[in-house]
Design a binder for this molecule. Structure first.
Ligand code: GTP
Ligand code: MG
Length: 475
């Protein structure tokens, strides 16, 4: 006689087999996680530490699937896109955690890594189906390229007017001087000549570089800063020009316009089609402390960049991008990086500033749909906390090895205001500098680590970021 237990067993086994077949062959879910941010925001360090901390999960208590033990195993795989460079995880990890720790080199292109997770969720039904494999494809791409989306909706003359307006606002005496002088010397209606195009493009590129080094975010076209193999090609050899009504077909103005349009069609669109359109979850890293340190203008441009980024994730119905987007990004996290520059007593303030920036960006971008969140994190903690006595009162500091000179130092970067409006208000109103408060950021070198077995590199809230970004897909 066949007992009830046998039947149940048989059913279980059949479900197991079906589950294994589905899970093993046909249906292995892929989460495509985009990691972006302007240059030096911390993308490479973030991805390296995230992967190391997913492989050794001892420091990931806030990632539920790690804490519950649902993640059974994690391993790296060859990535599925044959033409995209692999994210060089091993080299970056060796740089950060080797005997002489140093920060990884800057990245010049898109790269990708596939991490596979064996997940055994708890619960009755989940228990019956056996463990499944989830692939996490992590894509590292420059935020500058994302901001280029705005160009698609702008004609050459609109874009020129926008850029020249900013340059003039900064004044000939300031860093825009060389650019403005080069433009002054050019006659947009005169016949086109390549050397002149090159002079203008290089003056413009220099200005963009200076703007970036001053912590500013509005820096289109993004490829001018990261040209890669396109350096020197006509699509990257143009510059904004003042209007030249009636300029002839062979004029400087018309050729610059043609190149601008070629940049949109041959550089911007392929990036969105090949990389951006397939993303499910997105983290946008921002060097918010760096922007605060740089001053009100940098904070204002950061706010503008966050608005533009949100617009890219929710294009209007009739735009080119909405036509190619296969699916919508479901979650977007804006994370202020390098929070280890601050004592933890200041972290809620940094987070509040991020939340205020995000709320403002959502409002301006008229954004609804994807879940968004703001956090402050450090992908790799380079400091320890320390309270020192200074002029009779105690001061919350962070201590680390300074990047310049290698000396150990305890620093207090300045108190962030409790009310974010005290920073965001003056920024919006075009203040030249902060009235009260002075914020200093120093660069620390990565600390020498002694990691225990089962633990990844030390971080701040990397586990929370992971939980928001893909924790739901591991349950
Ligand atoms: N203290 C601290 N510094 C960090 C952290 N993450 C990044 N940094 C600093 O930021 C710099 C840039 O980090 P990367 O990860 O290379 O930034 P990126 O966005 O990949 O930069 P590009 O590839 O040049 O666009 C590093 O060299 C460090 O100085 C962090 O968690 N803590
Ligand atoms: Mg990088």
């Amino acid at each position: 006689m066949v007992g009830l237990a046998d039947i149940a067993d048989g059913v279980t086994r059949r479900i197991e087999r079906a589950g294994a077949e589905l899970g093993g062959l046909l249906f292995e879910p892929v989460i495509r996680l985009g990691v972006t941010g302007l240059s030096r925001a911390g993308k490479t360090v973030f991805i390296t530490s995230l992967v190391a901390n997913l492989m050794d999960r001892g420091r990931m208590p806030q990632l539920q699937a790690a804490a519950s033990g649902a993640i059974r195993a994690v391993w790296l795989q060859p990535q599925p896109d044959d033409t995209v460079p692999r994210f060089d995880y091993e080299r970056h990890l060796a740089a950060l955690t080797g005997p002489e720790p140093h920060w990884p080199d800057g990245t010049r292109h898109v790269s990708q890594l596939r991490l596979s997770l064996k997940v055994q969720p708890s619960g009755l039904i989940a228990g019956l189906s056996g463990p499944r494999t989830v692939h996490l494809d992590i894509v590292d791409y420059p935020g500058e390229w994302l901001l280029d989306l705005g160009l698609l909706e702008r004609s050459y003359s609109d874009w020129s007017a926008h850029v020249l307006g900013r340059a003039r606002a900064r004044g000939a005496g300031a860093d825009a001087g060389v650019l403005l002088a080069a433009l002054e010397a050019a006659d947009p209606a005169a016949d086109f000549a390549e050397p002149q195009a090159q002079t203008l493009a290089s003056a413009y590129t220099d200005w963009l570089r200076t703007a970036r080094s001053l912590g500013l975010s509005d820096c289109t076209p993004g490829r001018f800063l990261l040209p890669g193999e396109m350096a020197g090609s006509p699509v990257l050899t143009f510059a904004p020009l003042p209007p030249a009504p009636g300029a002839g077909r062979r004029s400087l103005w018309r050729e610059m316009e043609r190149r601008y349009e070629a940049y949109k069609g041959q550089v911007v669109k392929p990036f969105f089609r090949d990389h951006f359109a397939r993303i499910d979850r997105q983290i946008v890293l921002t060097d918010t402390l760096g922007a605060i340190h740089a001053g009100p203008r940098a904070v204002e441009e950061l706010r503008g960049a966050m608005t533009d980024i949100l617009r890219a994730f929710r294009p209007g119905r009739n735009t080119w991008l909405s036509g190619i987007l296969g699916k919508r990004v479901e979650r977007i996290l804006f994370a202020a990086t390098k929070a280890d520059h601050l004592h933890h007593s200041q972290h809620p303030r940094l987070t509040a500033i991020m939340e205020a920036l995000l709320a403002d960006a959502r409002r301006r971008a008229d954004f609804a749909g994807a879940a968004t969140a703001a956090m402050s994190i450090a992908a790799l903690r380079a400091t320890v906390e320390e309270t020192v006595r200074h002029e009779g009162r105690s001061l919350d500091c962070v201590r680390g090895r300074l990047l310049e000179g290698g000396r150990q130092a305890a620093l207090h970067p300045g108190d962030l205001p409790e009310d974010p409006a005290l920073l965001l208000g003056p920024a919006r109103e075009g203040a030249k500098r902060w009235l009260d408060g002075d914020y200093r950021v120093m660069d620390f070198a990565p600390a020498r680590l002694s990691m225990r077995p089962g633990e990844g590199p030390p971080h701040i809230r990397l586990d929370r970021a992971a939980e928001f970004l893909f924790g739901d897909r591991l349950r």
